[in-house]
Design a protein around this ligand. Structure first.
Ligand code: FE2
Length: 271
């Protein structure tokens, strides 16, 4: 199976680039499932129903989020209608929406997608390590699902790496999101799980993690409240990960970073 996962879409610049790239990527890489993290898609903060529709129309099959999921209030009432829009699974019980789903590809393959959030330097939540054990007891690659993809939305590289190893051999792909800067550690872990600490954002890299740099610098220099953070609007780099899995086992055979456009050096999976 061929899996594409695009990183955190940031504001209008990120949306434009990701929406343009998605149909081309689906086509050229013969993707079976495309997943996009949209938690910063609406002007840097959250996502709207209209933006979700734009991504589905462009070829996304499952949308993931993170700590910014509720920033646009309309999504709170919308999320229960949209079973492929995920919020972190380990939010408190009773929270609207869902943290996992199963997408069935046109060829009939089942892909479980899980959105989990880390706890280090983030809000206190149910333990993601214990939580994912429960989910991986339910979704078993090579048995009742063909692939398991986990978007681990977390701040620290250590928690993300520990989480990747914790899931090794039980998931097809564990991919970090949230920090917006792609890491250079894409690999297949010893047990067969594809892993990268952070996929990077779809956004303008002439910025501080996608937001205009001036306010951020000012805040670090003065410790005074700065102006409202606004997304940077220059040409965006689309950051993603492409993974091929073994259909018999659901484990990864190949992981390749995808980076197109904007300021970052490009990366493309060669045949
Ligand atoms: Fe985030």
């Amino acid at each position: 199976m061929r899996i594409l996962h695009l990183g955190d879409v940031l504001g209008q610049a990120g949306r434009k680039a990701a929406l343009e790239a998605l149909p081309m990527l689906r086509n050229r890489l013969s993707v079976d499932i495309a997943i996009v993290n949209v938690e910063n898609a609406a002007h840097g903060f959250g996502v709207t129903a209209k933006i979700c529709k734009e991504f589905y129309d462009a070829g996304a099959n499952v949308l993931t989020t993170g700590n910014h999921v509720w920033d646009q209030r309309e999504i709170i009432t919308y999320i229960d209608e949209d079973k492929t829009l995920l919020r972190p699974w380990n939010f408190p019980e009773g929270t609207p929406g869902q943290g996992d789903c199963v997408y069935v590809t046109p060829a009939g393959k089942k892909v479980a997608v899980i959105n989990m959030m880390g706890r280090l330097f983030m809000d206190p939540l149910e333990c993601p390590f214990a939580g994912v054990n429960r989910l991986l007891g339910k979704y078993r690659i090579g048995k009742n699902v063909d692939a398991v993809v986990i978007d681990f939305h977390a701040e620290t590289t250590s928690e993300k790496m520990a989480f990747g190893h914790h899931c090794d051999g039980r998931a097809s792909l564990v991919l970090g999101t949230h920090t917006h800067v792609p890491t250079a550690d894409s690999q297949i872990l010893p047990g067969g799980t594809a892993y990268q600490t952070d996929v990077g954002m779809c956004g303008d890299f002439d910025s501080v993690i996608g937001m205009k740099k001036e306010n951020s610098i000012q805040k670090f220099m003065t410790k005074m409240p700065s102006g409202k953070f606004e997304p940077a609007e220059g040409p965006a780099t689309v950051c993603g990960i492409y993974v091929e899995t073994d259909d018999a086992t659901g484990l990864a055979k190949r992981i390749e970073p995808v980076r197109i456009g904007g300021r970052l050096k490009g990366s493309w999976p060669n045949a």
